[in-house]
Design a binder for this molecule. Sequence first.
Ligand code: FHN
Length: 460
Amino acid sequence: MKKLLLLAAATAMVLPLCAQAQNKESFRGRVTIPLHHGSDHPGRRTDEAMNRWRGHGLGQFIHWGMYSIPGGEWNGKTYTGAAEWIRSWKDMPNAEYDNLYKQFDPKGFDAKKWARQAKEMGAGYMVFTTKHHDGFCMWPSKYTGYTVANTPYKKDVVKQVVDAYTAEGIDVHLYFSVMDWNQGGWLYTAPATPEEKAKWEGFKQFTRNQILELLENYPQIKGLWFDGTWDESWVKEYEFAHDLEREIRALHPGIIIGSRYRADEYGNRQCDANGDLIGDYDQSWERDIPTSIEQLRGNDWDCGMTIAENGWGYAKTWTSYVKTPYELISMISECNSMGGNFVLNFGPDGNGAMAPREVQIAAEIGRWMKTNGEAVRGAEPVVDIRKQGWGFMTKKDDKLYLHVYNKPLNDRVNEAIEKYFDGKVPQELRKWMLKERHVDVIGPAQGTSLLPIVQKGENL
Ligand code: FHN
């Protein structure tokens, strides 16, 4: 049986990326403009918390809130937009939506069961919606009455999620929408009149209070995942947002915050006027995967992905294309091959149950992760390439993983491996690879499943 599947070099090695080497050659000096509210750390964070985050490879997103009750339908009509946006639909009267919380009593909610399913799926971390754009708080916030405490259910949902996932060893990041349709003080544009200014100041304090409250209530969390930050009102609050960010980081050392949270003083979002990423990782790849590693400019990144075309909250009927487990798994490989975390979204129903169709997808992914997870967890991209005809590559320590999606008919993956090592190919690889310039691929995909294989080498 042919056994050469992974490349296992005898010694651990640093693999210089060709692109980096080229950049060094042509780099003549950086020109920047002084910014007070731009990136706080151009380049990647290399502390333990960030290294841990980077190593997750796979995460779970959960959107759960009052939108999960209508599930994309109202009065017999189906909303074709994203189900969690149903309140903004012309056929959904706001007053009716804003009273849905009076029905919220999810007897089927079991955070421990969700956490076990996520563990089985192979997720290293999860992101949970504490408050989406509708403003409903899944924790008993002291700063508004529009919270879970005033539902028939009463109990703190966020606490249960944080505790259950943490107990399973899954890191928790909290999603928080700054845009809040329930708060009178929220504005889309910068406040103009004295009355608006006063309301807006109140809203800013409310937002700060809620964020600090989340940190105080759930000290185990590892990150804050901000959303609803794109409107002019918030973009112009770069100074306030930056001060608050410093406060958050001082209170919670190591916390991870993405690039959506705030803008710089020129109104740039995600990246500042110098092109440096604002925050710890690039959050702009929502439902999208870069076509080349260069687009990432050396930044950390995540890709939040829906199972259906769009829509994060529970939809009774998915009205758009639904991805197969095979496609979703290939996205894990694809993102990981470019150093990104793939964060797959789940939308439990109003009763707290995960939809069976999503449970089944999680189980399929989990089955693949059990065998192939080592090529995902802690793995890094190999080079400045995205995809080969046969699939993707990741590496870890002295191993190269070939995520084979299209198995060549002759069972051989032909790769001119030397090009990935910038001329410094380790002796062992030279011996085994360059002579024949191919990696042999063996075996069918596991069982009768169509799941792709990640080849594992035993020895050289
Ligand atoms: O509008 C939201 C959307 O509902 C969902 O929460 C996603 C998740 O990344 N974020 C916003 C759109 O970018």
